[in-house]
Write a protein that binds this ligand. Sequence first.
Ligand code: CP
Ligand code: NVA
Length: 308
Amino acid sequence: MSVRNLKDRDLLGIADLNSHELHDLLQYAADLKTGIITPRCNQVLGLLFYKASTRTRVSFTVAMYQLEGHVIDLNPKVTQMGRGEPIADTARVLDRYLDILAIRTFKQEDIETVAQYATIPVINALTDIEHPCQILADLLTIKECFGDFQGNTVTFLGDGNNVAHSLILGCAMTGMNIRVASPPDYQPNPEIVAKAKSLAEGNCEIIVTDDANAAVEGSQVLYTDVWASMGQENLAQDRIPVFQPYQINSQLLSKADPEAIVLHCLPAHREEEITNEVIEGKQSRVWDQAENRMHAQKALISALLGLS
Ligand code: CP
Ligand code: NVA
């Protein structure tokens, strides 16, 4: 399995994996979930989070505990990071103590700096540009629901930022059609879309549009995220009318494949990007998706530490 190639690597974006490595990592996560493989370690994961987190923080922590490893919560508020110690200095020091480090921050460049100065594996636990760990769990959920990736169309509705970016790349790497429907001023970064097209090598369609109804037509997966991400809270009220046409509600869902599933990275703002009826409805898979964060990240940690 090419998962062995991942030892000592970083995951700063989902496309740091090649398509084979991604498929193998997902299969490894599925095997870990069944319990047929139980890797063990005695190593230490640091969690350096500059933004709030429930799922990522807890799923990484529990995954490491299940591996019999240890976790240190490096809250910037109670360390020197919060007082402005340079990230490159912090990286070189943490590198001497930890075995693996997951970072949630704003700028993608900051995790690239940490990865440059630290020799241990560095994981992107969300930046303003990407959320690769989320997409590992999303792909695992899609694989569980449909058995395969090929032939599925995933439609993302809403803000074309971090989660959407990793999803576009992840779909391209697994050969799924990806449609992103966003208001004109909130469409995904064209460089990410171009990178996805290059990774897809013509094996799937990649569409960016402002037409939510057309995008949803016949899709197997509908996916959304909050309309105002962390750090954009002051813009939330102004965005509501702009994003309203992209809300996943029962009327929009009725245009998708009748067997379609609904995903959301969570946390959800009910009656904004998704209605209560849909997130609580029979097509929602959001709780399985959240659980899969733990299985996917356990596989990722195991692979990067060479336990596989
Ligand atoms: N989806 C996700 O990353 O959730 P948290 O912000 O709670 O970690
Ligand atoms: N786009 C959201 C994702 C949260 C998991 C944010 O960045 O806040």
